[in-house]
Design a protein around this ligand. Structure first.
Ligand code: WTA
Length: 655
């Protein structure tokens, strides 16, 4: 956007301090253009107008202070608030019986549960008081390792209510991964359940916790919700049943007043190297941005039922299942199960049952669903649907078309939303029925998102048509402020490659109309079934195997998972029983990271292509994994060019 007009069109048209968030709903192209222009020309005015529609205990002094050379970003500086007052109390007062959450169990025969805004507030307050009873204070880090049950949401909001920092760890992570995350932020309490239902499986969450907690000296208490009733071990000085903690607890709890820039939560995401990054999100800006984007990207109207199929363990669950929808007073479906249980019609059965209007899922789910007989879709009445969404990875054309034709019946808008754990909220997306959509394109940056593309030399591409690396050149309210305990790494990963610009790590294409298509990661992160996996930690766990000399893991396209992993490994002794080594490697990875990180293929090789400085040439391995052996490029400068032929022959013999 060109900053051509300092005079603010939007203010001229409408009063900037409009009373309700709803007044900022983008209803037509004029609204969109006006908001975009205003956000570009007068970002502080724009965002402070939106922020004013929330409940603050004290108004902020400066709307924005930032210096990306440090880097430092602060929004609504010195404002005071508690996000849960905005999520819950406001609506519990104005509309107490409105449904906040409709919870659908894994087993379709188990009754669904409804929490109204009033009921949810009461439950959050009870649990908040429970947390206070065991000494939880503002700023304490609380780990949450739970299945998709309403208590997960209650636990998250209770932390926010008492000013504790929640760190939700996805319940598919192993005990080693869990312990690493607990220790990185020195959590004092963990909240879990005895087990979790997922399809026809039970995950023994408490058992995994017990294993992790052997190595977590900072944990004082483990709160356990009873969900599956399986047998568990009990450590009586540490473990507390959820029900005991809240028994007799009052259902009123004054919210702890937070500074706008106090930490709301930490959420770990994989980096291309080393340990996971604990992304830090703060209260004020995150609140304003998730609410604004939720309302606009999904075009949520007050009587709609919205369903996001993500897990609260990921950022999508934080921003668009918990905070965004509740801040807008929405009714959301939360689902405990998986798309394939009891059969592949489950998503559509739930859509019909709860008359879902907005449905938000991931390309990997769409691809699995598209593989099934179409009868699983056609059995159900999907006429309530009005907006379809996609998130987590680039959506390929086949999946887009299947979604559009079969779920959208050829007429519903699809929002392909590009964003990240780090961005806190949706950055690039179409606005249903307002801006144009284009298959496989996330399309247009939202108001306040200043995206640009640079070429491989870092030069800004001014022309509309462009292909290169995506950058964001101005702060938006929900950008992660740091990596917990490691600001240097934050600076290095996101703000060093391009001066004073945020580098998300994705490549992008822009068409002649300025629409963006995200082409994928440009670093060593591979997105497998929507989960970000750094290849380095996977290699580390493979290398732990006593028979492994060295390994390299790369991604390649996979029909259902989007990407899959191929591991190349060198063994000390080639005469070993390869099959059992492969199995042992998979077990190592499951234990250290989780089953999601297991490679699809393990290839045993006698060497890895290396540069003369000893670096593994992943580029070549990627070509192999992609079956693109014709275009290996110049391999003559390798330290060991002969290895290329050997790997090629090995792969051919496997096909
Ligand atoms: C990828 C998920 C293309 C991208 C919200 C990003 C996407 C990473 C899209 C962040 C999309 C997410 N189109 N790619 N619509 N959405 N990505 O942190 O590579 O789990 O950097 O956040 O997913 O994944 P994360």
């Amino acid at each position: 956007i060109t900053i051509d007009n300092k005079k603010n069109l939007y203010i001229e048209k409408k009063n900037i301090f409009m009373k309700n968030l709803e007044d900022y709903k983008i209803k037509n192209l004029d609204d969109f253009n006006n908001q975009r222009k205003m956000a570009a020309n007068e970002p502080e005015l724009f965002w402070s107008g939106i922020a004013s529609t929330f409940q603050w205990n004290k108004k902020w002094k400066n709307t924005l202070k930032y210096d990306w050379s440090i880097p430092n970003t602060e929004w609504f500086v010195e404002g005071k608030l508690n996000i849960t007052e905005n999520c819950l109390d406001r609506y519990a007062k104005s509309n107490p019986d409105k449904k906040a959450i409709i919870w659908e169990a894994n087993d379709p025969n188990e009754d669904f549960k409804v929490f109204t805004y009033k009921e949810l507030l009461d439950e959050v307050c009870k649990f908040s008081n429970g947390l206070k009873r065991i000494g939880v204070k503002k700023g304490d880090r609380i780990c949450i390792y739970m299945p998709m049950i309403p208590e997960l949401t209650i636990a998250v909001l209770a932390c926010a209510r008492v000013g504790a920092i929640h760190s939700v760890v996805f319940a598919g992570f192993s005990s080693v991964a869990l312990a690493a995350r607990i220790n990185d932020s020195s959590c004092s309490v963990i909240i879990t359940s005895d087990g979790g239902f997922r399809g026809n499986k039970i995950t023994p969450l408490k058992k995994i916790c017990d294993q992790a907690l052997k190595n977590c000296p900072t944990i004082k208490n483990c709160i356990v919700y009873k969900r599956t009733s399986e047998k568990i071990d009990w450590f009586k000085n540490r473990d507390i049943w959820w029900d005991d903690l809240i028994s007799g607890s009052p259902d009123k709890c004054e919210p702890t007043i937070m500074n706008s820039e106090d930490t709301l939560f930490i959420l770990y995401t994989s980096g291309s190297t080393g340990k996971p990054k604990g992304m830090v999100h703060t209260c004020g800006g995150y609140m304003v941005y998730t609410a604004y984007t939720f309302m606009n990207v999904f075009q949520y109207s007050q009587n709609d039922v919205y369903w996001c199929t993500a897990d609260i363990g990921w950022i999508t669950g934080h921003s668009y299942m918990v905070y965004g929808p509740l801040l807008v007073g929405a009714t959301s479906v939360h689902f405990e199960g998986v798309p394939s249980y009891p059969d592949w019609g489950r998503f559509w059965q739930v859509c019909q049952k709860h008359k879902v209007n907005q449905f938000y899922t991931a390309p990997t789910a769409i691809r699995s669903l598209a593989k099934q007989p179409i009868d699983f879709v056609n059995k159900y009445n999907l006429s309530s649907l009005s907006v379809l969404g996609s998130v987590g990875e680039p959506i390929n054309l086949e999946a887009w078309e299947w979604y559009y034709r079969n779920i959208g019946k050829g007429k519903l808008p699809i929002v392909d939303t590009w964003w990240q754990t780090e961005t806190g909220g949706i950055m690039i997306s179409s606005i249903p029925k307002v801006t144009k959509q284009k298959p496989t394109y996330a399309t247009t940056p939202l108001p306040g998102v200043n995206a640009e593309i640079v070429d491989n030399n870092g030069n800004l591409i001014e022309e509309s048509s462009a292909e290169g690396i995506l950058l964001i050149n101005f702060p938006w309210p929900s950008i992660a402020r740091t990596i917990y305990g490691d600001h240097d790494r934050y600076k290095n990963v996101y703000f060093s490659a391009y001066k004073n610009k945020y580098f998300p790590g994705d490549g992008a294409l822009r068409d002649e109309n300025g629409m963006y298509r995200i082409t994928g990661r440009v670093d060593d992160v591979v997105i497998v079934s929507g989960h970000n996996l750094g290849t380095a930690p996977i290699e580390n766990s493979i290398n732990e195997h006593p028979k492994v000399v060295e390994s390299a893991v790369v991604g390649y396209p996979h029909e259902i998972k989007g990407n899959a992993l191929m591991a190349f490994i060198i063994l000390y002794d080639k005469t070993d029983d390869n099959e059992s080594i492969k199995k042992e490697i998979n077990d190592l990875i499951s234990n250290s990271i989780g089953p999601i990180a297991k490679p699809e293929k393990v290839i045993i090789v006698s060497g890895l292509p290396k540069t003369r400085s000893g670096k593994i040439m992943r580029r070549i391995l990627r070509k192999f994994a992609n079956n693109d052996m014709e275009n290996l490029g110049d391999t003559s400068t390798l330290l060991n060019p002969e290895i290329v032929n050997e790997i090629e022959n090995t792969l051919k013999s496997l096909n």
